[in-house]
Design a protein. Structure first.
Length: 153
């Protein structure tokens, strides 16, 4: 397994729903892509209890919108745990596997590696500056994130 010389750098993690956000991420969250095609991250996400999570998602690559979608995150979690690849990622990162989600904090460290070997052929397509905008409406409030990732060779 070799990642083809690609590197991932998290440039920015911004919480944009204000002080009452349901979900907040550490703004010093980091992630790296190892030579063995594993993503290792370090950081924490805190969340208040919620039963629903509807997300408006926008992904840009080098300033051009490549994905815009409305996603029911609770449904996605429930379906994901049944998928061998996504289910394993949920377990590795100790992410909730369904809603409702209880209040808590989830932290990752480099020992929780997620193998992306099966996706490495897409790294050349993803190369560039990736901006992710996610606005989430919960039954208990809202969450908002702006994440910027650089994928380089």
């Amino acid at each position: 397994m070799y990642n083809g010389g690609f590197k991932i750098k998290v440039r920015k993690v911004e919480n944009c729903a204000g002080p009452n956000a349901v979900i907040t991420a550490n703004e010093n969250y980091t992630a790296v892509l190892t030579k063995n095609c594993e993503i290792k991250s370090r950081g924490c996400v805190s969340f208040k209890s919620f039963n629903t999570a509807i997300s408006n998602l926008k992904v840009k690559k080098d300033g051009i919108v490549v994905l815009q979608d409305r996603v029911n995150l609770c449904e996605r979690l429930a379906k994901g745990r049944k998928d061998a690849n996504i289910g394993q990622m949920l377990k590795t990162l100790r992410l909730p596997e369904s809603c409702p989600v209880e209040e808590g904090t989830l932290c990752t460290d480099p020992s929780q590696a997620v193998n992306i070997e099966q996706y490495k052929q897409f790294l050349p397509l993803a190369r560039g500056l990736i901006d992710i905008e996610m606005d989430i409406q919960h039954d208990t409030g809202k969450s908002c994130f702006r994440v910027q990732i650089d994928i380089a060779k």
